[in-house]
Design a protein around this ligand. Structure first.
Ligand SMILES: Nc1ncnc2c1ncn2[C@@H]1O[C@H](COP(=O)(O)OP(=O)(O)OP(=O)(O)O)[C@@H](O)[C@H]1O
Ligand SMILES: [Mg+2]
Length: 266
């Protein structure tokens, strides 16, 4: 177990407890008896193959899915209770970005601050432009989401989350669609947030470099179950073939799978 660093504002963040969480869609079990104890201030990474249930797990933590059985708590609040969202500043950076298409980049970022009257227009401008500058987006503030690339939308979604000064950060694939330099910037941002604000961050990613750089602990999900959980070093030192193959995939062109593809192209 790792001990997350504590800063004076650590009390403003929340731990997350997942207890016997099971989720079924129809007859398909997507999550099976998940148990997790994420400490306040911890940066917790969830990895695993495509379709293993990572996004569904995050949605339960964010209160966007209801458990079939079991529960998720954010601090002492039930994540499935709609009232929880008004009690906790939760920042979500999801796979598809979810920006408001009718609003400019600037207004997408300003929206939360305006709705909650967290600053006057001058204060909002300062916070919005600061977040945009961190993500190298300061020249795009007038653009609309339809004018942005996939990677730029992702960065706007992260900037919008930063502006909220969240008490819990939830990211789903924050570096997908980004070039290596921007991916490294995202790693730095998540790392800096941990150092400076000690906000609990839960990050789903396929990005090995990101995971090993930012994680206090990593959980590895397979078929809706936790296969392994531990510190990054325990993963890099692991002898478990499932984990070593995931972290260091070997592409064997002699594999019969590829032979078949070749034949299909003839
Ligand atoms: N709303 C839904 N209704 C029915 N099945 C769903 C729903 N959402 C997800 N699933 C199923 O749950 C399983 C896990 O999906 P999930 O999106 O959590 O995968 P993931 O681990 O995030 O994969 P990826 O790495 O590709 O994003 C998949 O089999 C998916 O088809
Ligand atoms: Mg997913």
């Amino acid at each position: 177990m790792s001990t997350p660093s504590h800063s004076p504002v650590a009390g403003k963040t929340f731990g997350v407890t997942v207890t016997h969480l099971t989720k079924k869609f129809g007859r398909t079990t997507v999550l099976q008896d998940i148990n997790l104890e994420i400490a306040p201030g911890e940066t917790f990474v969830i990895m695993g193959p495509s379709g293993s249930g990572k996004s569904v797990l995050l949605k339960h933590i964010a209160g966007l899915e209801q458990p079939t059985s079991g529960e998720v708590r954010i601090g002492s609040f039930d994540a499935a209770d709609p009232a929880t969202r008004s009690k906790i500043r939760l920042a979500l950076v999801f796979q598809a970005g979810a920006l408001f298409n009718s609003l400019s980049v600037y207004d997408n970022l300003a929206l939360y601050l305006r709705e909650h009257r967290l600053a006057d227009e001058a204060g909002i401008r300062e916070r919005v432009m600061h977040a945009l500058t961190i993500l190298s987006l300061e020249k795009s503030y007038k653009k609309f989401p339809s004018e942005l690339s996939g990677g730029m939308k992702k960065r706007v979604a992260i900037a919008r989350a930063l502006v909220m000064e969240p008490q819990l950060f939830i990211y789903d694939e924050p570096t997908s669609e980004l070039d290596p330099v921007m991916s490294a910037t995202i790693s730095e941002i998540i790392g800096t947030l941990r150092e400076e604000t000690a906000v609990t961050s839960i990050v789903v990613t396929h990005d090995r470099t990101l995971a090993l750089h930012i994680a206090d602990r990593i959980a590895f999900l397979i078929d809706g179950r936790i296969h392994a959980i531990g510190k990054p070093a325990e993963f890099t030192d692991s002898k478990d073939p499932v984990i070593t193959n995931f972290l260091n995939p070997v592409i064997d062109l002699k594999n019969p799978r590829f032979k078949q593809l070749e034949n299909n192209h003839e």
